[in-house]
Design a binder for this molecule. Structure first.
Ligand SMILES: Nc1nc2c(ncn2[C@@H]2O[C@H](COP(=O)(O)OP(=O)(O)O)[C@@H](O)[C@H]2O)c(=O)[nH]1
Ligand SMILES: [Mg+2]
Length: 258
């Protein structure tokens, strides 16, 4: 089984670990950046989220999951240049499919709209990608990261998912369910999201690994959701995660040559 090394950001450039080099050499040193934000009834949180996003981000895409509140209007009032994208089906995975398909940036960052992620951390994602990573995972459990939001049940579930991904795919990740991620647009075809729910987080991780993407984790700090409550159901979505892990394990892959 081929292994993807997961490296702290400062080791990425000097590691020599590489996936498929196609396109990497021609990447810009000052890439354009799109931020994709799946949002479902987040009107109370979206001002905070948008205000944390650095000025140098070129494009903000808000994928609205048919919110019943003022999410879209609040976002537009705050940042008139926010692009609103509608999704075809329900779920965070469906939202990411729609948002990523519309994004124009060379680097694509995914973050939540609940106020638990700090847009100031986007800089670390961009730096790791410019330094040579194809795909960057935010991790609450890497050294330097943390969370005030995670429950014991979710931490236990996350550890189980990381263990399964290691045993079944050989990828050593410290966080299996965090939604703060970054990827070069030229690698999107390797990931090809085809699931609609919260299990999308680990689907991306597994596919990135199996496609040989140079993956780097950056430590992140997750705070409590500001308003409202989580849409995730630990049991229902836990089973969806298991289903995706097994489906991916028994799915045949075109192996990327190095
Ligand atoms: N567009 C869209 N966004 C969603 C959907 N479900 C969840 N989200 C967003 O995905 C992010 C993570 O969801 P959240 O409920 O906070 O889950 P948790 O962080 O795992 O507790 C938030 O920004 C939600 O608004 C959906 O069906 N459509
Ligand atoms: Mg959340």
């Amino acid at each position: 089984m081929r292994r993807t090394k997961v490296l702290p950001v400062d080791l990425a450039a000097e590691s020599g670990h590489s996936g498929n080099d196609l396109g990497r050499n021609s990447r810009p040193s000052a890439p354009t950046v799109s931020v994709i934000i799946p949002s479902l009834n987040e009107a109370g949180n979206i001002p905070y989220v948008i205000n944390t996003i650095p000025d140098w981000v070129d494009e903000i895409i808000l994928v609205d999951g048919r919110s019943r509140d003022d999410t879209e209007r609040v976002a537009k009032v705050l940042r008139p240049d926010v692009r609103i994208v509608q999704q075809a089906r329900r779920g965070k995975g469906a939202a990411l499919q729609a948002g990523l398909a519309e994004a124009k940036g060379e680097i694509l960052i995914i973050m939540d709209a609940d106020g638990s992620m700090d847009g100031a951390e986007i800089g670390a994602f961009r730096d790791a990608l410019v330094a040579g990573a194809d795909y960057v995972k935010g991790s609450r459990f890497a050294t330097g990261g943390g969370s005030t939001d995670i429950t014991k049940l979710r931490r236990f579930g996350d550890q189980g998912i990381c263990l399964l991904i290691w045993l079944l795919f050989g990828a050593r990740y410290t966080d299996g369910t965090y939604g703060f991620k970054g990827v070069w647009a030229d690698r999107l075809d390797d990931i090809r999201i085809d699931t609609d729910g919260f299990e999308v987080e680990l689907l991306i991780d597994i596919r990135a690994h199996r496609a040989g993407l140079n993956t780097v984790e950056v430590p992140c700090f997750e705070t409590d959701r500001i308003h409202g409550s989580s849409n995730l159901n630990a049991v229902r979505d836990g089973f969806s995660c298991l289903r995706v892990i097994l489906r991916e394990r028994f799915r045949s892959y075109r192996v990327t040559t190095h």
